[in-house]
Write a protein that binds this ligand. Structure first.
Ligand SMILES: C[S@@+](CC[C@H](N)C(=O)[O-])C[C@H]1O[C@@H](n2cnc3c(N)ncnc32)[C@H](O)[C@@H]1O
Length: 248
């Protein structure tokens, strides 16, 4: 059973990684992909807006609800604890695959940068965004975030350690570098269509909500240590979005 759990986690991880790579191409409109933010079946604008908002909401609800402590407690009565995170990762990938499959592009130019230097700078920001996302997962704990560590510890008969508060490298300057990377990745495009704008706005709203829930959890784990960090370090940009600790 323990080896089966690890196999399940490894498969969930492989599916996540393939989905993550596709997401880069989807948002960046990579030539050769069958479906991207600007390439796919076109219908009426009204239907496209309703469909796309529903797809973003599905992703946001799956991500936020399944990450909450209360949900995890209830959920692990059914799903074995060592693979709980891998099931979450699998569901998150499924929500993205559904988004890729049913996304409806919306034509129309919000901005279009034709200048070659401008385009190069914007693509560099786009790639930097994805790089920051990946780097941040390693700064927190990549293999735990994606469920492999939990199944491995179970296989080797060890207990999962309690969450550790980290502030290495990027976390010294901003509290949410991973989300900062996603902001760059969604917004840095030389050609912004109305469909892409909808995706960028929707994901940005989701991330701001996710940050507020995540910080409540972080304060419940780490207490004053996190409150002090929050009062000193900016949210998404250095020095901006610091929050004074509640007076006691
Ligand atoms: C997907 S990661 C996003 C991390 C962070 N919000 C960011 O944007 O870089 C979410 C997980 O990271 C954990 N986390 C966030 N900040 C942390 C920190 N400074 N130290 C340890 N864990 C952290 C949260 O508890 C959550 O399980």
């Amino acid at each position: 059973m323990r080896a089966l759990f690890l196999t399940f986690s490894a498969i969930a991880y492989a599916i996540f990684f393939a989905t993550f790579l596709y997401l880069i191409g989807f948002v960046g409109n990579l030539a050769g992909l069958p479906l991207t933010v600007d390439k796919g079946p076109v219908g009426s604008v009204g239907m496209a807006v309703i469909t796309d908002v529903a797809l973003i909401a599905l992703f946001g609800v799956q991500h936020s609800v399944m990450a909450r402590q209360g949900f995890k407690k209830a959920w692990t009565r059914t799903v074995p604890k060592p693979i709980e995170r891998s099931v979450y990762v699998l569901m998150a990938s499924a929500a993205l695959i559904i988004l890729f499959s049913f996304w409806r592009p919306i034509d129309g130019v919000v901005w279009d940068v034709a200048n070659p230097l401008g385009q190069t700078i914007i693509w560099a920001l786009f790639l930097a965004g994805w790089g920051i996302v990946l780097l941040s997962t390693f700064l927190i704990n990549h293999f735990e975030l994606f469920g492999l560590q939990q199944a491995w510890l179970h296989l080797t008969g060890r207990e999962a350690a309690a969450p550790v508060f980290r502030q290495p490298l990027l976390y010294k300057w901003v509290r949410h570098p991973l989300y900062l990377g996603f902001f760059l990745a969604f917004w840095a495009t030389p050609h912004m269509s109305y469909g892409h704008l909808l995706l960028s706005i929707g994901m940005s709203i989701y991330m701001l909500i996710a940050i507020s829930y995540e910080e409540k959890d972080l304060i419940s784990y780490f207490g004053r240590e996190y409150e002090e960090y929050r009062s000193r370090v900016g949210m998404l940009l250095p020095g901006i979005g610091r929050r004074a600790p509640p007076s006691s």
